[in-house]
Design a protein around this ligand. Structure first.
Ligand SMILES: *[C@@H]1O[C@H](CO)[C@@H](O)[C@H](O)[C@H]1NC(C)=O
Ligand SMILES: *[C@@H]1O[C@H](CO)[C@@H](O)[C@H](O)[C@H]1NC(C)=O
Ligand SMILES: *[C@@H]1O[C@H](CO)[C@@H](O)[C@H](O)[C@H]1NC(C)=O
Length: 365
């Protein structure tokens, strides 16, 4: 998501939950804490039998009750205002016996969405939270694929606020090698990026000839450790592809009805759903015209967000199909207004992302 300060209060707003959601089972499902998690991770590597001994039996029973009804589609969503439209949708029905499972600070909601079994988890802001939530989801539960949705900044001048984008590739554009001044050849990857600060001096007379002490940044690929690979042996990856089948299915989302007005403020045209080539993620709220243009010209980026690639990388390592649906809430600094448009359009964009997610899930076999 995108998190300007004005949205922090939304983030902390309690999520409204339908009355049937809080049942007497609540107490039962609160047994599993972080201590057990550490053990779980340790023992899962060896054998399920010792895992039973280490993790409280109650937790295991609940997890296996949940998993017996799987497999599920996992849905990872950054923040409450992106989650709420999904919870309020009549297509979402919480499970009548185990509507949720709390673990390590996460609230895994179990139910059906468009008649498909789902486990929905709110990760929180940024890549660490998104990666952790996804890994927990895939470690604890019987999940066959992961959908991710939320809002994003838009770096693509051909699209507008309210449009819903589905990239084919995601990259982490925050893993940097910040090069020392004067170095010619360094021991790092020079395939991506090259953010040269001197290119951004607003000095028409001395363009490029002025030394900028910040020099240059090179964007580095991520190291991943595939679930079926040799432990501690990593592969490099910069562009992480989404699942091919999911991406094909996403072709059929064009006619989803999307809202185009917030109160009396309407968008210049009706929003569209569009598959795009590339999206980028970093732990950075981009609200800067020059950097927005750099992300678009260097990386061909359309949505710019703070979580998607973390979910993508975990799914890639765990060999699970993944796709992200990101609606555009603002221009990432490219607009003429003096403040970011997300203040006005976050609710519309969140709703639009959920509409597309719901249609997508209805198209799954
Ligand atoms: C950049 O420099 C030019 C020429 O000095 C000036 O007209 C323009 O306002 C400057 N742009 C910004 C964004 O400050
Ligand atoms: C840089 O990273 C990319 C992506 O992992 C890889 O294909 C390429 O070979 C790397 N280049 C060097 C010089 O290591
Ligand atoms: C739209 O109107 C509602 C109700 O008056 C108000 O609470 C909300 O803040 C408005 N939204 C925006 C983005 O102005």
């Amino acid at each position: 998501m995108r998190q300007p300060l004005s949205l922090v209060s939304w983030h902390h707003m309690p999520v409204t939950i339908a009355p049937s959601y809080r049942s007497s089972s609540e107490i039962v499902y609160r047994g599993c804490g972080i201590r057990e998690l550490a053990l779980l991770v340790l023992v899962l590597g060896s054998s399920m039998i010792s895992a039973n001994a280490a993790l409280s039996e109650l937790c295991w029973r609940e997890i296996s009750n949940i998993n017996n009804e799987g497999p599920y589609i996992g849905v990872v969503v950054p923040n409450a205002f992106e989650l709420n439209p999904l919870l309020h949708s009549p297509s979402f029905v919480p499970h009548n016996k185990f509507p949720f499972f709390d673990f390590a600070g996460k609230h895994f909601r179990i139910g059906v969405l468009e008649k498909k079994r789902v486990i929905v988890v709110m990760s929180g802001l940024g890549m660490l939270n998104a990666g952790l939530a996804t890994q927990l989801l895939l470690t604890l539960f019987n999940v066959e694929g992961v959908l991710h949705h939320g809002i994003a900044g838009n770096a693509n001048p051909k699209l507008q606020i309210g449009d819903v984008t589905i990239p084919q590739y995601w990259a982490h554009t925050g893993l940097w090698h910040w090069q020392r001044l004067g170095e010619v050849n360094g021991d790092f990857n020079t395939s991506f990026g090259n953010l040269k600060f001197a290119n951004f001096n607003n000095d028409s007379n001395h363009f490029n000839s002025v030394t900028n002490l910040l020099n240059k940044v090179w964007y580095q690929p991520e190291e991943i450790f595939p679930v079926n690979g040799t432990p501690e042996v990593s592969h490099d990856i910069f562009w992480v592809p989404v699942d091919k089948t999911y991406f094909k299915i996403a072709r059929n989302l064009k006619n989803v009805k999307l809202s185009s007005c917030v109160n009396k403020t309407c968008l210049p045209r009706k929003p569209i759903v569009v598959r795009v080539e590339k999206g980028v993620t970093a732990n950075v709220f981009v609200d800067n015209k020059a950097y927005r243009e750099f992300l678009n010209s260097k990386f061909d980026a359309t949505p710019v967000d703070m979580e998607s690639v973390a979910v993508a990388l975990v799914c890639l390592q765990q060999n699970k199909p993944f796709i992200a649906i990101r609606s555009l809430s603002d221009l990432a600094g490219g607009g003429s207004a003096l403040s970011n448009e997300v203040d006005v359009f976050a609710s519309l964009a969140s709703q639009n992302a959920v509409e597309v997610l719901i249609r997508f899930i209805s198209l799954l076999k």
